[in-house]
Design a protein around this ligand. Structure first.
Ligand code: ME8
Length: 516
């Protein structure tokens, strides 16, 4: 058992609205990664949370006639509820309005200010600011239409001048390039890495990191009237969650630097340029890896309030169950690329893979055992070539899934497990255990044993993807909680012949299509 700790995070979401399916996707994918590492026997710490400061929160709250804190409280509760409803195994949930996070952000600020480079200095910021992106843009990044200027995101920008503190980002160009060079795995997928490298090679401007135009933020130490730029505060959540600024805190010592930050592709620059620069400036180790996933569209369209196609994950969980939604998103979207949600695709995937492949195999083999083997795990006889072949194939699939998960290729990992299940179905059909009942009951026992053991072995990695259903399957096979590690799935013949099994029950029901 490897005990090297593993620290993984999601981005922290803006609670200026209710969570949507994109937020659910990021939680689900990160959860699958966290759960898989636990299956490998690693000690995992998994952090998620909400990013509650900034002008956007102020503006949304104002429009709704409530305070930013009320808005944050209301929606942070929804994000927590979503994590629970999706069966997310996060160890903590951080809110940036918490005292511990204020102390952490002020702690890192002071370290950056104390850097002998003088990494934080005061000046006047003049520039094009997009409220929606919470970022300043260079003139040449903007487009112009009808006398108005727009950021690459399409958000309108305005000219802003304010006295602010700056971070000497320009001093970090070479250090960042050296980081990307020395750790080629720092940015994934690869295409993103190239984008970031060419951006940094193009030169870095110093970054304005305080604001005086509103006060919904973390006060800058010893600078009345200044609150921190929301990204300094937001990124710091990853260490606040481990007890920073107390660098002797148990969690911080054990889990920092993070093994993996999972984020969406729109915020890669913040995580792979600003964040490591802030950390280097503060004398803190940088994370090992940042993985940027793609964006989800709905029926081929970008999700937007104006199109009215924002998908509420709670409705999907209620209708299909958390495992169906989890499985669909993990398997359907190639992790790192954009993906599309549609109701039809979800129903098809879940029916084909979970109900037909996994559910049927388990149900057919277990109900035969129940009827013909006295409800006890049958005793296998000598193995045939066909038995050996499926046993070997399952072992290879588990190894391939593990390799894929090491690269965060969750779609590939779930795909190889399902492919092995499809082979197991073919094996079962070809062996015709129902026909052997009369002609060769000893051979029937062997086929049922091999099949049930295959279900056991493949249900174990599935615990990362569909935790509730896979656990119910393992319950039906009488597998003890401590025998559900990936190591157990690698060893065939883990079922104890003669062990009593519970009466089998269906685990994955087919989703019946609604008549529109
Ligand atoms: O960016 N599909 O918060 P956020 C997939 N607070 N992922 C999506 C998505 C979609 N349609 N829409 C958003 C923020 N996301 C900051 C992060 S981290 C220190 C601060 C992803 O609520 C998005 O890429 O806008 C991000 O990773 C996460 O959801 C939260 O987005």
């Amino acid at each position: 058992m490897t005990s090297k700790p593993f620290y993984v995070t999601t981005a922290i979401s803006y609670p200026n609205g209710a969570p949507h399916i994109g937020h659910a996707y990021e939680m689900i994918a990160t959860d699958a990664i966290a759960r898989f590492k636990r299956l490998e026997g690693r000690e995992v710490y998994f952090l998620t949370g909400t990013d509650e400061h900034g002008i956007k929160m102020v503006q949304t709250a104002m429009a709704q006639g409530i305070t930013p804190r009320e808005l944050a409280d209301r929606n942070a509760a929804e994000f927590k509820k979503l994590a629970a409803a999706l069966n997310i195994s996060n160890d903590d949930f951080i809110r940036t309005t918490e005292q511990r996070h204020h102390e952490s952000s002020q702690g890192i600020w002071k370290k950056m200010a104390a850097n002998h480079n003088g990494d934080i200095f005061q000046s006047t910021y003049k520039g094009w600011y997009s409220v929606r992106d919470e970022a300043y843009f260079d003139e040449d990044e903007l487009t112009e239409k009808d006398g108005k200027r727009f950021a690459p995101s399409g958000a309108e920008v305005e000219w802003v001048e304010e006295p602010t503190y700056f971070f000497r980002l320009s001093a970090y160009q070479d250090k960042l390039l050296a980081l990307y060079e020395s750790n080629p795995d720092f940015i994934a997928p690869k295409e993103r890495r190239n984008e970031v490298i060419s951006f940094v090679k193009g030169g870095l401007n110093d970054l304005s990191i305080s604001r005086t135009t509103f006060d919904w933020g973390i006060p800058v130490p010893d600078a009345p009237g200044h609150v921190m730029y929301v990204w300094v505060d937001a990124l710091t959540n990853y260490i606040s969650g481990l007890g920073y600024p107390d660098e002797a805190a148990d969690l911080f010592k054990k889990f920092w630097p993070a093994d993996l930050h999972v984020i969406g592709k729109d915020i890669i620059r913040f995580h792979t340029v600003y964040w490591p620069a802030f950390l280097m400036s503060a004398g803190i180790e940088v994370p090992h890896r940042v993985f940027a996933h793609g964006f989800l569209t709905v029926d081929g369209h970008k999700m937007s309030k104006s199109l009215g196609n924002v998908i509420d994950p709670f409705t999907l969980i209620e209708e299909f169950g958390a495992d169906a939604l989890r499985y669909f998103l993990l398997r359907e979207v190639s992790f790192g690329n954009d993906g599309d949600y549609s109701r039809d695709k979800l129903v098809n995937r879940v029916n084909a893979d979970l109900a037909n492949n996994l559910g049927n195999l388990a149900q057919r083999s277990l109900s035969m055992i129940n009827k013909n083997c006295d409800g006890k795990v049958p005793t296998p006889g000598p193995l045939t070539e066909a038995d050996d072949a499926i046993i070997a194939e399952v072992g290879e699939a588990i190894a391939a899934a593990q390799q894929a998960m090491d690269q965060q290729l969750v779609h590939e990992a779930s795909g190889v497990i399902i492919a092995a299940l499809a082979s197991a179905n073919t094996y079962f059909a070809a062996q015709e255990p129902w026909a052997l009942k009369k002609t060769d009951p000893a051979r029937m026992a062997t086929v049922l044993y091999v099949t049930a053991d295959t279900v056991r072995r493949l249900a174990i990695p599935m615990l990362a993807f569909v935790p509730e259903s896979a656990a119910r399957l393992l319950d039906q096979l009488g597998i003890a909680a401590e025998s559900r590690l990936l190591a157990d799935s690698k060893i065939p013949a883990g079922l104890q012949p003669g062990a009593e099994l519970p009466v089998p029950q269906g685990v994955f029901a087919r989703i019946e299509r609604k008549v529109e």
